[in-house]
Design a protein around this ligand. Structure first.
Ligand SMILES: [Fe+2]
Length: 226
């Protein structure tokens, strides 16, 4: 599904019963992939991406992870060995992946990825081809999670920080409810026109995005997280 008019595509998690994530493709002069998901579902996703965008895996010049959980980066080692595109996450997340984040891989029954991260993401503008993205460090679900904002279209890719009418779990290793609440506050201030979360449906429209933030703040308050 395309969101906006400038080549932003979202591929919703395949209905196989597996816990997998939504994947985002930014198609332009350079092609960017965000959160490829689980290894064994990659063949389906690859086909879906090619069908909708005519982009093949070898065309991606950058792969961004919102965070390191296996349902978002399980395909990392395969993509590295098959295509060798640069793969990026924050230093905070890389350290987490090499430390306490390993426990989430054991819990999923999936091998953690090898040393695939060749670029470190930092908060601030990220120029790729004809696009300038804004990277925000938004800890809470994990210590080095990011949100990716595409300002031209007002599209915010939130990973597992927030979803439609929900927020990311904070009970896994590295989770922190207070940090998550602060991160949600920061993302509300962006005044996005669309939210693409890591799981479930997108939230489209300025009013809908605003209402979704208000709903999530109520939930966070009810949980005593803010
Ligand atoms: Fe996650």
């Amino acid at each position: 599904m395309q969101i906006g008019k400038s080549g932003i595509h979202v591929f919703y998690s395949q209905p196989t019963g597996d816990v997998c994530c939504n994947t985002v493709v930014l198609n332009g002069r350079e092609k960017i992939l965000i959160d490829p998901g689980l290894y064994h579902l990659w063949p389906y996703l690859e086909k879906a991406i090619e069908k909708e965008t005519l982009v093949s895996p070898k065309d991606f010049s950058l792969l961004i992870y919102t965070h390191s959980h296996p349902d978002h980066m399980g395909a990392a080692s395969y993509l590295d060995s098959a295509y060798g595109m640069p793969q990026a996450m924050t230093q905070e997340e890389k350290s987490y992946l090499e430390g306490p984040g390993q426990s989430v891989y054991s819990w999923f029954g999936v091998d953690p990825p090898g040393p695939v991260i060749s670029r470190v993401l930092k908060e601030g503008p990220l120029e790729v081809g004809d696009r300038t993205l804004e990277i925000y460090l938004t800890p809470g679900h994990t210590p080095g999670s990011v949100c990716v904002f595409e300002p031209r279209e007002g599209v915010l890719v939130t990973g597992d920080l927030i979803f439609s009418r929900s927020f990311g779990r904070v009970d896994l290793a590295g989770g922190d409810p207070k940090l998550l609440s602060e991160s949600v506050r920061r993302m509300e201030a962006l005044d996005a026109r669309a939210v693409i979360p890591g799981h479930g449906p997108s939230v489209i429209g300025k009013d809908q995005v605003r209402n979704n933030f208000h709903y999530i703040f109520r939930l966070l308050e009810e949980c005593g997280y803010m």
